[in-house]
Design a binder for this molecule. Sequence first.
Ligand code: TYD
Ligand code: MG
Length: 458
Amino acid sequence: MAKGKSSVFFCQNCGYESAKWMGQCPVCREWNTFAEEPVTKSVKSSRAAGNRGAAGTSGRVQQLNTIDLKDTPREGTGIGELDRVLGGGIVPGSLVLVGGDPGIGKSTLLLQVCRNLAGREQKVLYVSGEESLQQIRMRADRMGQFADSLYLLCETDLERVREAIEETKPSVVIIDSIQTMFNEAVSSAPGSVSQVRETTGVLLQIAKGSGVTIFIVGHVTKEGVVAGPRVLEHMVDTVLYFEGDRNASYRILRSVKNRFGSTNEIGVFEMCGEGLREVPNPSEYMLEGKPENASGSVVACAMEGTRPVLIEVQALVGRSSLAYPRRTVEGADINRVNLLLAVLEKRMGLLLSSSDVYVNIAGGMRMREPAADLGIVLALISSARDIVISDRTIAFGEVGLSGEVRSVSMAKQRVLEARRLGFDTVILPQSHCRTIGAVEGIRLCGVRSVRDLMTYIR
Ligand code: TYD
Ligand code: MG
């Protein structure tokens, strides 16, 4: 095979490739991220080859209607929360990237998947470039019994990995992690953009060629992206991110790309002594420890995919001794909070310009949807005026610049979730009251503008 040797510069943040060094990346605008990587490109790019179809169908023209969907059954992983995020289970021949901070639980989750699949007498191969066989065994011992059809390999050489896959013929392979693998055809160091890209290309070829499902673990950098993320993300079928506070015990698995399902599903897990445990009722989990009869604490409702999750919004408003009062926001968008403060000042005469304002979404969740507005506004009023909001009240709705409260999606689901958890009052946009109708056991308090809130919270 003819080979051409060259050296190029890659942005280590976003994977942008350039023939010369640059101080600032023209794509992601990061400074000082270019590093030189010698690349030896084979004429037949592994990426191009990998984009061919699944086993046995490559290159053949077929009519859409003749393609039988039953040919691609999904395999449950035995972990409901993971299946939900994957869109119903593992699709054979797919390539799944699992990203996340070091120590968040990626290896633990995938080893649990291995255990469940091996328990069903499926052959599984776990390739680790990070830990020794003993370390993996130690982790496995904490999780319980493993069946014999789980094979381990400690290897970083991609060629050896490929041979092992051909020898053992597993149905699922775990590569832990992509940053430790190297391909001899590429001369740059493991973890560099070109190495990660070429390695993923080879894995893609293996997955599509033999129908084996490959899970790739990818570490994220400080900025929260997998090294060479653009390249990786568009090569694989599914991208899952494992996130959460390392100090808190719960973890959220989020899908950001999924060729076989919806991308806005989340799975919630809790890290415990025996590995990760599923949290099927995130609302209960998030509301644990909510203070009683405290001002500044309000329950809001966020939609995570198709699931409503009740979350506690906390606000603290206090007199400031600084020339520029503090605005600290955790878990919500600070610009959005500033906007809501301006609305409160202008439309309700709530003067907060000389107060410090802290807003926190308890439990470490993030609330990015506008439906959180009403909860935040209510928490701010509650803290500023020292009014306690009943523990059995939730609020959701978008707040506009004129102080109007606007409708949001999936209002009925949110109300039903509140009822399920024993709440009795829902403050929501007036326009929803009619569409939802009567809900037994729930008092619906429709509001047209933020000023109307005062009728319900005194
Ligand atoms: P790990 O899966 O090794 O993280 P990653 O592969 O994403 O780097 O998770 C390691 C952390 O999880 C570590 O801090 C120990 C903790 N842990 C538990 O608390 N309980 C367990 O049963 C296991 C296996 C790990
Ligand atoms: Mg690991």
